[in-house]
Design a protein around this ligand. Sequence first.
Ligand SMILES: Cc1cc2nc3c(=O)[nH]c(=O)nc-3n(C[C@H](O)[C@H](O)[C@H](O)COP(=O)(O)OP(=O)(O)OC[C@H]3O[C@@H](n4cnc5c(N)ncnc54)[C@H](O)[C@@H]3O)c2cc1C
Length: 536
Amino acid sequence: MNELSSWDLALADWTDVLGSEHVITDRDRLDSAQTTTYATHQVIPAILRPSCREQVQECLRIANKYRVGVYPVSSGKNWGYGSRVPVDEVSALLDLSRMNHILDFREDLAYVTVEPGVTQSQLSAFLREQKSNLWMDASGGSPESSLIGNTMERGFGHTPYGDHFAHSCGLEVILPTGERIETGFSRFPDTKTGPLYRWGVGPVLDGLFSQSNLGVVTRMSIWLMPAPEYFQGFFFSCNLDSMLSPAVDALRPLRLNGTIQSGMHIGNDYKVLNGLQQYPWAETEGRTPLSPEIMKGFRRALRIGAWNGSGALYGTRAQVAEARRLIKRALTGKVDRLQFFDDARLRLAKRFAKPYQFLTGWNITQTLTVLQAVYDLMKGIPTEKTLGSTYWRKRTPIPDQMNPDRDGCGLLWFAPIVPALGKDVQALTGIVIKTMLEDGFEPMISLTLLTERAIACVISISFDRSVPGEDDRAMRCYRRLLTNVTALGYRSYRLGIHSMGQMDIHDTYSSLLQTIKSAVDPVGILSAGRYQASKS
Ligand SMILES: Cc1cc2nc3c(=O)[nH]c(=O)nc-3n(C[C@H](O)[C@H](O)[C@H](O)COP(=O)(O)OP(=O)(O)OC[C@H]3O[C@@H](n4cnc5c(N)ncnc54)[C@H](O)[C@@H]3O)c2cc1C
């Protein structure tokens, strides 16, 4: 049987199970699913849209029968890491977005159980409808991105529950053979603690299903955070590059001792400008990259620092006041500006934005819009605002309905983890800035104190895919960054489909993973190549 007839037979069987309207073979829709924010060559022969777990099981059984590849996505908005494009050359896309039910919710135990298609905005609206006193965590990605897809990628947000995988529990997983398992205590039929206690008893399997190709997650519980009595955001800036390292060393003890409970965020000037506007084509007379000298002018005009931090304090008024005191003490002399905002102060700032501009000439309305989005994220409220940043190098305005894949926005993320030490942050940012400017791209850097001990650095290579040669130049820059940063001993926490080659390490760890993969997916139908070394 040749490959083409296998696909034809599989398509006929999938159509029997899903109905023809949920097996998409229309060329335009396939082309758009094959498109991401950088050049790819993978082919998607069909999009399968199951509505329930049983249909997922059937889809996988059919894939086994005809030995064809399948690649699951929850909402497929994995922008900058490959969007919906599979890693393997040819795979059907298993689009789980129709499975979008909130299956369980407990206010008293503070959790929610969701299917893969449930999005950030859906959960946010649901909590509002329930008049819940619980907060979700939101990533800076699209409000229409999924909770399960992001968690399976070990993505993160900005509240104390920002490490998504660490706040998930009780997975239901369909193995590549179509069998179903549940993790933790959920495996026991009459359990009352499946969504509450993630370890269950015995070996913990949850980790096998994140950043892997060992199963399709069809249900997950997410822990929610009780809304604090009082919330304050804080923002600081450092005018000099050299101030970053001491600021990180001042913040680490506060993250370690719990004064700062969430993954606070530090972005450089390029990152902030990228959040505020598109590339300044007029000021640069069309030249790229934006030079540090011109950048300095923007810093002055927009009152931003070389480095700019944002974080939040959660607790009672007294707890927040004490945390504020400790932060002020730690950052005095180490930052140039430090401001605290609560809801009332933010409202006031917005009210006086126009008279303030009249008096000072500084248009703070735009700054406040971005500040509001960051402030909301620190409260777990998803925002669409960040998505405009993907249009950075486009010469056309940002459309109302943003879609970076469709609009030729070029974006490659590189996300190394570094120790939460000033000297490591300095070493990393130094090499990143040098490499990116040499390669003609603006070094947009954000640093998140994701855990008490480690910082997630997210670097974006932003470009315009419609400019001939830019895809190649951006990928070259990515590869140089990878080489230079790996040489310093820092590795990415997450990979795009363009960078799974980093998993091609032939050690005992990889061979154990290969053994597990062969056991659960003997035909090799599920997400081939994803976070996996090639067979030696
Ligand atoms: C401007 C901007 C800001 C962003 N900010 C953030 C941020 O703050 N934090 C962050 O983490 N990311 C961020 N992102 C990256 C990305 O957009 C998000 O991580 C987004 O949540 C991922 O898309 P998704 O949820 O649709 O996942 P999907 O694309 O559905 O899934 C991602 C991958 O996980 C696997 N997968 C998905 N579902 C399943 C399943 N059910 N079972 C097994 N495997 C599965 C698949 O291999 C898939 O390719 C940002 C992106 C942009 C453009």
